[in-house]
Each structure stands twice: as C-alpha cells, then as structure tokens.
Write a protein that binds this ligand. Structure first.
Ligand code: FNR
Length: 182
C-alpha cells in the first residue's frame, strides 16, 4: 500500500482546499491511500515555546504522519500571491527537531490548490519551490493542478461538485502516486 499524507493549508470550515483534499481521498489510485490532515491546533511558531514545552501535540501528530508516508501532498491556498502564513507556519514547526528537515529529505512531494480567481494558486505553488528545495524533498513537476474559479466548482460546504476537476484530480494523483512508488 502506498500511503500519501495530504495536508490542507486552510483553517476555513468550507475551505475549497480542504474540499479538494477530501475529494482526493475518493479518487486515489488502486493500492494507494490518502491520510488527509489539516493544520488545526498548530500554534504560531515561537522558539521560546519550543524550548520550554517542546513539540506541540498537533505538530507531533503531523510529524508522525510525515515519517510514516511515502509521499506528501500539499493542498495550498494562495494569499497575496504567496503561501498563506498559517500553512508555512505548520511546515516550519514540522521542520524542527526531533527529526527536523530529515523527515522531509528525499520525500516525494506535490503541490495543488484551489482559488476563486482565474489562476488557481499558480503563484503560491511556485512560492513553495524554494521552501521544498530547502527541505530536500523530491518535487513532482510532471503534473499540475490549479483549480481556478473555485466558487463554481465547490458547494457551500466546500465539497467538490465539478466532475471535470475530479477527473483532473484523479489523473494528477495517478501520476504522483506512480512517482512516489519510485
Ligand atoms: C486571498 N485570496 C487570493 N486568491 C488568489 O487566487 N490569489 C491571491 O493572491 C489571493 N490573496 C488573498 C489574500 C488573503 C489575505 C485572503 C484571505 C485571500 C482568496 C483566496 O484564494 C480565497 O479566500 C480562498 O477561498 C482561500 O482558500 P480556502 O480557504 O477556500 O481553502
């Protein structure tokens, strides 16, 4: 079984990106499973908190899931043409000891995202590249999934309703899982 850890970088209840991640769980290729997670409960990174209290429980759970997975799928919103701070904050926590960047090293990674605009998170996806380079991950770049006009693709609860997008998601995941299997 190939295990993919998927993390949505939005805290919003009806998030398009969390909805995209839920939809991904339904179209995983055979022999692969998705461990879909969020960043709820991850505090703002503070080195004093880290020194005094260690790794927060929400971060420890994400780190354990990262250690156990064969590939990492980041489902990233775009804020001001970049990575949302809350998502970067969660990854920053995960990159700290124990394990540190070693948990990410060599890990197959793909980034997808959804936004109401016309460019579907293209700039935040590009913004992740120097971060992933620093973490030493293996980025999968053959496929691309940018869900634009998300207001028309998801219902009011953030569930994906557009079948063409589901098909694109399924094809994307087939490619990424094949890459993660090496
Ligand atoms: C946005 N949004 C946005 N969208 C986009 O495509 N490009 C952008 O640069 C921005 N900038 C931006 C800044 C800030 C501060 C906010 C709050 C929002 C809109 C964003 O894509 C929209 O709120 C999505 O719904 C966020 O994703 P979730 O929460 O639905 O997953």
């Amino acid at each position: 079984m190939t295990r993919i850890l998927g993390i949505s970088g939005s805290l919003r209840k009806a998030s398009f990106n969390s909805g995209l991640l839920r939809a991904a769980a339904g179209v995983m290729p055979e022999g692969a499973e998705l461990d879909a997670r969020g960043i709820e409960g991850v505090p703002l990174f503070d080195a004093d908190v880290e020194a005094d209290e260690g790794v927060p429980p929400a971060v420890a759970a994400l780190k354990d899931a990262l250690a156990a997975c064969d590939g990492l799928l980041l489902v990233s919103p775009e804020y001001n043409n970049g990575i949302p701070g809350v998502f970067k904050n969660a990854i920053d926590w995960m990159s700290r000891p124990p394990g540190g960047t070693g948990l990410f090293k060599g890990k197959p990674v793909a980034v997808i995202g959804a936004s109401p605009g016309g460019f579907g998170t293209i700039l935040s996806q590009a913004h992740w590249l120097p971060v992933l380079r620093t973490l030493g991950t293996r980025q999968w770049a053959e496929g691309r999934l940018m869900v634009s006009r998300a207001g028309n693709m998801f219902d009011a609860q953030g569930n994906l309703t557009d079948e063409e997008t589901r098909k694109r998601l399924s094809e994307f995941l087939a490619g990424f899982v094949a890459f993660a299997r090496g």
